[in-house]
Design a protein around this ligand. Structure first.
Ligand code: PEP
Ligand code: MN
Length: 360
């Protein structure tokens, strides 16, 4: 893909896209747009018109009438507007209404049939299209969706990182898995990368921290949901911020840029370190998950009066892991030490369980 960045190149980094999760009323859209304009930090106005909801009977968006509110509010405040399209009919009415930029939601990116339908509907139109990551952490699926759009002749493409659904308990609504956008940027360095801290965090308190991290990973912009009265929002109330809170968040961000060749070096180093930080977070999360499984095994052994240690099983683990490590270029000694320390902690946890009376 040879991606054209025209739609963001004129904008000073970071590009800020903001507006309500959902357009609810004409007044809400206009008030939000005007208050956002007052903050002076927003470049593109967003609003959801058709809302993909997990359960039926939740607010599913105002539909087509909302397009006019969004487009007219954009004109009033002098900002291009963007909305989510999930099928060909959405594309048709959004284009007719004069929406400037389209985006595909996480639940659409996951389905190649839907993505293809949308790509076919946009064919021949020169409009920027942003593609959110799929809900599951599958980089190829994300790239595949962008390729379908690109193959329809759209070369102004952007990626939106909104995090990934996970069973693991986490402070995030959608775990960021920062290594995914990093890998994507590595494969397509020209691809504009927007972070959506609202859907990653799921709570407004996390938005500043996630936004800073995104900028430190050299992302091009942020999509942050805002609402004139977040607590009564009809969707995503916990993660929306008022326009003035948005202004504060954006003004507090530190934008690091590379100018000299030395800076370039430092930037590169920072990127590698960020990558390491992300991986380390992942390792620790995985270790916690492993320990939780060990605890379950401990309970099972206790209930069946089986010893903690079965030497054969341990011997098999060590051999298998060393072989895998060796194949991946890790030394035997390193794997040996790592396994010992993990095993020691598992045994300590299981011993605690054995010594605890089973709850009646
Ligand atoms: C949204 O941006 O309001 C939205 C529905 O996001 P996602 O597709 O990331 O869930
Ligand atoms: Mn939302």
């Amino acid at each position: 893909m040879k991606i054209r960045r025209d739609w963001i190149d004129g904008i000073k980094k970071p590009v800020i896209i903001s507006g309500p999760c959902s357009a609810e009323t004409e007044e809400q859209v206009f008030l939000t747009a005007n208050e956002l304009k007052e903050q002076g930090v927003v470049n593109i106005l967003r609003a959801g018109i058709w809302k993909p909801r997990t359960r039926p009977n939740s607010f599913e968006g105002v539909g087509e009438p909302g397009l006019k509110w969004l487009v007219d509010a954009g004109k009033e405040v002098g900002m291009p507007v963007t909305t989510e399209v999930a099928n060909a009919a959405h594309v048709e009415v959004a284009l007719k209404a004069g929406v400037d930029i389209l985006w595909l939601g996480a639940r659409t990116t996951v389905n190649p049939f839907s993505v293809q339908e949308i790509a076919d509907a946009i064919k021949g139109v020169d409009i920027p299209v942003m593609v959110k990551n799929p809900i599951n952490p599958d980089l190829q699926l994300w790239i595949g969706a962008m390729e379908r759009i690109y193959n329809a002749g759209i070369d102004q493409i952007g990626a939106i990182h909104r995090g990934f659904s996970s069973f693991e308990k986490s402070v995030y609504r959608n775990t960021p898995k920062w290594e995914m956008p990093i890998e994507l940027k590595r494969a397509y360095p020209d691809l504009p990368m927007i972070c959506d801290p609202s859907h990653i965090g799921g709570s407004r308190d996390l938005i500043g921290m996630i936004s800073q991290k995104a900028l430190d990973l050299d992302m091009d912009g942020l999509m942050i949901e805002s609402h004139i009265n977040p607590s009564v929002a009809l969707s995503d109330a916990a993660q929306q911020v008022t326009p003035s809170a948005l202004g504060e968040i954006v003004n507090d961000l530190i934008v690091r840029t590379a100018t000299t060749s030395n800076e370039e070096f430092k930037n590169h180093l920072d990127k590698l370190r960020e990558e390491i930080d992300g991986i380390d977070d992942g390792i620790i999360q995985q270790l916690a998950t492993r320990m939780n499984v060990a605890v379950k095994i401990g309970e099972y052994k206790r209930d069946n009066e089986v010893t903690i240690l079965q030497v054969n099983r341990w011997d098999t683990i060590v051999k298998k892991r060393k072989a895998l490590g060796g194949a991946l270029g890790l030394s035997e000694g390193f794997i040996d030490q790592l396994l010992k320390i993990i095993h020691k902690e598992s045994i300590r946890k299981q011993t605690e369980i054995m010594n605890k009376k089973e709850e009646a």
